[in-house]
Design a protein around this ligand. Structure first.
Ligand code: CUA
Length: 336
């Protein structure tokens, strides 16, 4: 243990490089309030612990000798201490925290659309083990379907409607908000807002089966202009394959089982049970933000999904020749 200790500061530094997934690194109003309460509770609990250790030390010092002499136990002598330290003080502290927690809940309601909200901006449906994302829009043809990566403009509250396709999941972007469950047959709402541009990692926070840990998601907060440009791109149909590889790859894709589950708008691929691939190449990660979106991982994902994410619906597709696989991935890589 002692040998490991000098390395501890290095670990802390490394942890500091990761901007993500900490309740204490808040970047939005809701998360800020949660972080304040978390700090308050942490400090309060440390203070209580310190007082307890002082009392134990004091009792040990004061009582030295009496136990050895088998002094008669003073039954009833500690009643007052039990009433004060065991009941009154814990009751007061726990009540205080309970009330503060309820206040926070009331400030950020999750049941029913917020009274000051119109329609939700985004609908998120939880699947085992990925996030289906729909940007809702008043006008038809303007909706956007994507998966696992949500873009939002900074400083604008985004209302999100949460539903589940199968079992209970929980939407959690620690930097932006607390956990809100996705419950089958029930609709919850959450409002997220980011104070500055950046990538904020999230995670399913309700155990939902074997790959619960790889049910991750990413929030990309952008300036309003960047966000508008992103949304425009997402509204367009998929890009036509241009290179010979990609043209051949499209045929590989359309002739394989891929189209039964995945959708690519503007092509016959119309499956609805797996992530929409229309703009796959614009996303940073694959497999619910578990692996980087690059050629090597896409090839690995197509052929060995069951090794990268055992139990996921994506099967190992081993029927392709090397050339077909390269063409297929070339096609996927240009779905901007
Ligand atoms: Cu979805 Cu855990």
């Amino acid at each position: 243990m002692r040998r490991l200790l000098p390395a501890a500061p290095a670990f802390l530094l490394l942890a500091g490089c990761e901007p993500m997934q900490s309740t204490f690194a808040s970047h939005g109003p809701a998360a800020e309030r949660i972080a304040h309460l978390s700090w308050f509770m942490t400090i309060l609990f440390l203070a209580v612990t310190a007082v307890m250790w002082l009392l134990i030390a004091w009792a040990a010092k004061r009582g030295r000798g009496t136990l050895a002499e088998h002094a008669p136990v003073d039954i009833g002598g500690g009643q007052k201490w039990i009433a004060i330290g065991g009941l009154a003080i814990p009751l007061a502290i726990l009540t205080l925290i309970f009330v503060l927690g309820l206040n926070l809940l009331a400030e950020f309601p999750i049941h029913g659309p917020h009274h000051h909200a119109t329609t939700p901006d985004i609908l998120i449906v939880g699947h085992q083990w990925w996030w289906e994302v729909h940007y809702l829009s008043g006008s038809p043809g303007q909706e956007v379907t994507t998966a696992n990566e949500i873009h939002i403009p900074v400083d604008r509250p985004m209302n999100i409607q949460l539903e589940s396709y199968d079992v209970m999941h929980s939407f959690w972007i620690p930097a932006l908000h607390g956990k809100v469950d996705l419950i089958p047959g029930h609709t919850n709402f959450v409002r997220i807002q980011a104070g500055e541009p950046g990538n904020y990692a999230g995670q399913c926070a309700e155990y939902c089966g074997a790959e619960h840990a790889r049910m991750r998601l990413l929030v990309v907060a952008q300036t309003p202009d960047e966000y508008a440009a992103w949304l425009d791109e997402q509204r367009k149909p998929t890009s036509e394959p241009a290179s010979a590889d990609a043209i051949a790859g499209e045929q590989v894709f359309l002739n394989a089982a891929c189209i039964l589950c995945h959708q690519i708008s503007g092509t016959p691929a119309g499956g609805r049970v797996a992530p929409d691939l229309t703009h796959l190449a614009s996303r940073q990660y694959i497999a619910a933000n578990s692996y980087p979106n690059n050629t090597a991982y896409l090839e690995a994902w197509v052929t060995h999904a069951q090794s990268l994410k055992p139990g996921a619906e994506m099967p190992d597709l081993t029927q392709f020749t090397g050339e077909q696989l390269r063409d297929l991935v070339a096609y996927l890589r240009q779905l901007k």
